[in-house]
Design a protein around this ligand. Structure first.
Ligand code: 1Q0
Length: 215
């Protein structure tokens, strides 16, 4: 019965979306990248309302990028690489300070990209955690090492409070709906290299075009 209750979510699908987002030439296909993120948001929503402010922000960024993808220049947004090229060539990015393009694809994706680093750190901690590991501590440590540096005090504070509401390791694994703890750990071992690769490809692309600090 537990399995059928959980049928609408399985963490493996999110993993597959990120896998699919890597094209044979190692470009990042936006549609699948966004599908991966919306799966994570679904997962977050299952954890409870206290994460609402996080999932709302993530959803609105996913939506901004989907609008580009479905818009009249949609084909330019097929991959993150083509998006960067198109927006830069057409001066559609506010590079120094927010101006006429406050919600460019490049700046919106950068926010998700920074959060992907958090995810990578968090999943690695989960994977290697002991039975008595505290998800809230793993989450907070990963956050402090990554995303926190980009957030103002009030957001860091709210995030810190929300992390305290995370379920324990076993309950967390159950929400993932992958199987036994051993199976979860194995799946995380498979998922991590994919997340790392997507992160690194995007990171190098953004570094090359000097986009890592856009407002
Ligand atoms: C499991 C707990 C989830 C914790 C997620 C950590 C991220 C905390 C982020 C808190 C900040 C959110 C509030 C808004 C911030 C924005 O100001 C900021 C910048 O945007 P802008 O437009 O103001 O410049 N936005 C961001 O930094 C984007 C944050 C996106 C966070 C997306 C999190 C999606 C969550 C996924 C849950 C994954 C659970 C993974 C476990 C899977 C199973 C192993």
């Amino acid at each position: 019965p537990a399995a059928s209750e959980n049928q609408n979510f399985c963490f493996k699908e999110e993993l597959d979306a990120f896998k699919l987002s890597l094209s044979p030439t190692k470009e990042v296909i936006l549609e699948h990248y966004l599908a991966g993120w919306s799966g994570l948001v679904k997962f977050l929503n299952r954890l409870g309302n206290v994460f609402g402010f996080i999932s709302k922000d993530a959803s609105s960024k996913i939506q901004i990028l989907r609008n580009f993808l479905n818009g009249e220049s949609g084909s330019e947004y097929f991959t993150v690489q083509s998006m960067v090229k198109y927006e830069l060539e057409n001066k559609l990015v506010d590079l120094k300070k927010a101006g006429s393009h406050p919600e460019s694809g490049c700046r919106t994706l950068l926010r998700l990209h920074r959060a992907l680093r958090w995810l990578e750190l968090f999943l690695e901690r989960l994977r290697t955690s002991q039975e008595d590991g505290k998800t809230s501590a793993m989450c907070a440590e990963s956050y402090n090492e990554s995303l926190a540096q980009f957030h103002p005090w009030v957001v860091r504070k709210a995030a810190g409070l929300a992390f305290c509401m995370l379920p324990g390791r076993l309950a967390f694994f159950e929400v993932m709906n992958v199987g036994t703890p051993d199976q979860v750990v194995a799946m995380l071992g498979e998922a991590l290299p994919v997340v790392t690769e997507v992160y690194q490809i995007t990171q190098e692309l953004y570094a090359k075009h000097d986009l890592l600090d856009i407002p």
